[in-house]
Every structure is written in C-alpha cells, then in structure tokens.
Design a protein around this ligand. Structure first.
Ligand code: TEU
Length: 535
C-alpha cells in the first residue's frame, strides 16, 4: 500500500532549464533532487517526456521508447532514474495509452492505407456527433482515405483500439520496457476511456461520453495490463486518471482485489466552481458541494478499503491557492493541510509547495495551451474578448503550467534564455523557492511538516476518517483515528473568523498555520486557519 507515500508531480517543461532552450529539462530535475528530497517526497511523477510534436505538451506521443530531445537524452534519463533511487525515491512515468500522436508511425502507416494499422485506431465511413474534449467534433475526415478517425482530444491525438490484441500487446511491451529500465510508478492518462463500442452512434442526450466513459471492457483491459506488466513487480505505484467517472466505477478500479490500479484521480471536487457544469462559465466555488463530494468519495473508498489520491492541483487545473483561496500563506497551508491529511495518497504539484499563484496573463499572446487557444476561438461567437480573457485568467490550464520561480535572477532563475516557452506568473505575491527556503515559516516548510506526518504518523497514513459539522457554511471538519489515537482536523475555508466549540480543551496541537499555543473550549478560528488537535 502507498498510504504513507507522497507523490510530487513535475511538469518538466516548466521545472528548470539547463540547456538554455527556454524549456525545462531532465538535467534541471537532476540539479534539484536535493530540493525534492528535503521536501520529503517519495515518488516523482513526470508528465510525458517522450518524443512528441508537443501539440498537447507531450500527451501526443510519437515514440513511446525515446526521450524527446527537448528534455535531454536517454542517458540523462538513466542518470535521473539512478540518482533518484540513490535518494530512496522513485520515478513515475505518465503513460498516454488511450491515444497516440498522429505523427506516430502506426498512424502514419494507417494514413498510407495500411489496413493492419487502420485497425490500430478507429477509422469509420461516417462520423457521429461526439464532441472532442478540446472543442469541436471528435471525428476528423481524411480525404485521401475518404474515412474519418476518432480523436477524443485534439485532432492530432488519435484514439487507439484496445480491442485489437496487437495494440494491447504493443502497449504492454512499452510498459514492460520502462519497468526494465527501473521505472516503478505509472500514471495512466484518461485510462477509463480505453474501451469504445465497435459501432458508433449519435448521442442524442450529450457529447458522446456516455458511450466510451468506463466502457464495457475497461476493467478487463486494465486487469490484463496489470497482470502482463506492473503487477509482476513489487512496489510499483499506479494511478489511473479517470475522466467523468462515478464512485462505483472508481472503487472497482482501485480495489486491490481486482488487480487493476493502485489509486485513482477523479475530478468531481474540482468542478464546484463550474456554472451548470460548464468549465467556461464562471462561478464562485461552492464549499457545500465540495464537502459533499469529498465526504462521499472518502467514505466510499474507506468502505472498500481502497485508496484515492488527494490533490487540488495538477497541470490541467488553475492553482488552488488562487481558485479556492486568496494567494496567501494561510490559504495555501490550510488547503494543503485539509487535503493532504485525509485518507489516501497525497499528490503535490510543482510550485504548490511555494504557494505559486495563477498566471494572471492579460493578453492571449501569453497563452500556449491548445485547449485555451481553441476555446478562445469558440467563445468569440458569444462573448467579447475582454470577457474571454477574464475566463481564461480563471480557467486556463496555463495557470498551472507557468515556470518555477527559483530566485530573483533573470526569469526567476528558470532559464537563461530570453524566451521562456511560457511566461512566468505575473502575480505580485509570488515567493520564490529561495525565499521559501530561507524563511522557516514558509509554505515550503509547512509542506515538509505535512510530509513528515504522512511518513511517521500512523493516524495519518493508516487511520480511518469520519466527518463532523457536515453542513457548516465555512468549515470542513474531520476526525482521523488509528487504534486509540484520534485527531480532530478543523479547516476554515474563508476570510471571516468563525467560532468553534470543543468538547474539551485538553488536546495537543499537532499542526496549525497560526501561532496558536494553547486551546480554549470556545475559540475563534482565524481566516483560512487549519488546526489539527490530538484529542
Ligand atoms: O487530461 C484529461 C482530461 O480530460 C482533462 O483533465 C482535460 O485536460 C480537461 O478536462 C480539459 O478541460 C489528460 C491530461 O492530463 C491532459 O494534460 C491531456 O491534455 C489529456 O489527458 C489528453 O491526453
């Protein structure tokens, strides 16, 4: 089980540039292994570093066996794996097996008319009305073939046909290749979308997702993948990214008895600021909805003895500290404490540990993300440019992708190049890594404490969870318990102070983001305060 481990997600492009091309690279990661080790993380998840046209920043893979020269060489990767292991950490790879780039030789052969390779994908005579997740139709017409092919994401990301056993064997070969190279973790991209019907029909109720989300054979494919690859090794941590799934399905993917995945990512709790479920319509976040989702997922996972991942940030999300907080130390630490100390496996996304805020870009020229650029065009039909820019400021995936600010030298020490691939955050509140390391009360040092608790305290790693004050308008409160030790965990999600009454005030303060030294039976929680008490 991985309940005492912490995963740190690296977005290599934005981590640290050492070769001056304006993009982070593997040597940049190697140069900061001390930083990561001192933070106290166990597994480093790297978003895809394979050869790719980079239309979707590496989630469009052209060669699953080779490092993209943008990030360095195969030797750099070997050095990284070796040096990571020397520090007692492991590398987790991001496997994009639902689709390949259209630049992949398989797809190129399919385009050239080779029937064998057309069966690697979904080529059809007619298209149906399914929508791509990045906007527009999910089918692209190929004139030379007079056929359409399916792409649930960008048109350069063609969906692979897992029902074809040759495809399945090729995918197993890739995973086994990396296991032999020493990779001991895998994050499987949109892995609940791998089973599609063989005949497509129009979706008269929605965008098509009900036909391919958690499809008929998804569990079976994953079970077979597990048994043919990572399940043959000890200690491989896996996490499956699940798109639009349900609790019932998620619990099955993560149940160790089913031999599918170690843990899962679901996103329900990160849609509580979507107006009518529309990502591109702004709304303040709804704490009650957030709580209801967290409570039901935590309890369902606990009931089946399965693990969920604990996260508010990743490379597809705006920064939680800006989204659910006010970019302050208090908000960053409360959000971290509230999430990370629940039951499951915590994931930290690069920059989160220094409270890195959103990008705050004011012009479309600063954006690079394919989804943001597509929606900029799509939304123009109904909204003014100023309105769209406001939406992108809140919702663009580039908010989470701005480069790491290491120090106050040129480009915050991220690159020597005059042109970082994506501008750095324009926030005035930004604190660099250097500033965080110097200040013993920084967000970084708070994350260190959280990681230590995860590693050393059985209540956090093994304890059960139950929730209190479930309908309180501003607090999220829970109890973790292991054997006869109990922690009460109180989190104030807003700026207003809140009264709270304890049953007794004899408890010990385990963690707090203010300088609270003692407890009173009735007291006031400060703005964004987090408080953990051993009862
Ligand atoms: O994301 C899958 C996914 O559906 C989303 O998180 C998506 O980016 C969001 O819903 C758009 O609003 C994964 C990767 O994490 C993402 O970076 C890739 O772009 C995507 O798969 C395709 O490989």
């Amino acid at each position: 089980m991985f309940n005492d481990k912490v995963v740190y997600q690296i977005y290599p492009k934005s981590f640290k540039d050492t070769n001056g091309n304006g993009m982070g690279d593997l040597q940049g990661i190697i140069s900061e292994l001390d930083y990561l080790e001192n933070l106290g993380v166990d597994i480093l998840w790297l978003t895809p570093i394979f050869i790719s046209p980079q239309n979707d920043n590496g989630y469009d893979v052209e060669d699953y066996y080779k490092v993209d020269p943008l990030f360095g060489t195969d030797e750099d990767l070997e050095e990284l794996i070796k040096k990571t292991k020397e520090r007692g950490m492991e590398i987790m790879f991001d496997m994009v097996l639902n689709h390949s780039s259209t630049a992949h030789p398989w797809f190129q052969k399919a385009l050239a008319g080779d029937k064998k390779y057309q069966d690697y994908y979904f080529f059809t005579k007619e298209s149906v009305n399914w929508q791509s997740k990045f906007g527009g139709s999910a089918f692209e017409y190929v004139e030379e073939l007079d056929l359409y092919y399916l792409h649930l994401f960008d048109k350069t990301q063609a969906d692979l046909n897992w029902a074809n056993d040759e495809v399945f064997q090729e995918l197993c070969k890739i995973v086994n290749f990396w296991l032999e190279k020493g990779i001991r973790g895998f994050r499987f991209d949109v892995i609940n979308l791998i089973s599609k019907p063989q005949d497509f029909e129009d979706d008269l109720e929605g965008d098509g997702r009900r036909f391919y989300t958690d499809g008929r054979h998804a569990h079976e494919y994953l079970h077979r993948l597990n048994n043919a690859t990572f399940g043959r090794y000890d200690g491989v941590m896996t996490v499956g990214e699940l798109s639009s799934t349900s609790i019932e399905e998620a619990v099955k993917y993560a149940n160790p008895k089913n031999e599918e995945l170690g843990t899962i990512f679901n996103f329900h709790h990160l849609k509580v600021d979507y107006k009518n479920s529309d990502k591109w319509a702004l709304k303040d976040f709804d704490l009650q909805e957030f709580k209801d989702i967290m409570i039901s997922w935590q309890l369902a996972m606990q009931e089946e003895d399965t693990l969920m991942s604990l996260f508010l940030n990743n490379h597809d999300q705006p920064r939680a500290v800006s989204r659910f907080g006010d970019d302050s130390y208090e908000a960053a630490t409360m959000l971290a404490s509230c999430m990370q100390l629940m039951r499951g496996v915590p994931f930290i996304y690069q920059g989160e540990e220094i409270g890195l805020p959103n990008a705050y870009f004011v012009t479309i020229k600063d954006y690079r993300d394919i989804e943001s650029l597509n929606y900029f065009k799509i939304l123009k039909d109904t909204l003014s440019e100023a309105e769209i820019l406001k939406i992108l400021q809140a919702r663009s995936r580039d908010n989470g992708r701005t480069p790491m600010p290491w120090n106050h030298s040129k480009n915050y020490g991220f690159t020597n190049s005059n042109e970082p691939w994506l501008p750095l955050s324009k926030s005035d509140d930004l604190k660099t890594v250097e500033e965080n390391l110097k200040d013993s009360n920084s967000i970084y040092h708070f994350y260190q404490k959280l990681n230590k608790l995860r590693h050393e305290d059985d209540v956090i790693s093994k304890g059960s969870i139950r929730f209190l004050n479930e309908n309180h308008p501003s607090l999220l409160v829970y109890i973790r318990k292991y054997e006869n030790k109990e922690y009460l965990h109180i989190n104030n999600f807003y700026k207003d102070e809140v009264d709270y009454e304890l049953i007794n005030n004899n408890g010990r303060i385990v963690l707090n983001n203010y300088k609270r030294k003692s407890l009173e039976k009735t007291f006031q929680l400060s703005p964004y305060e987090t408080l953990v008490i051993e009862l």
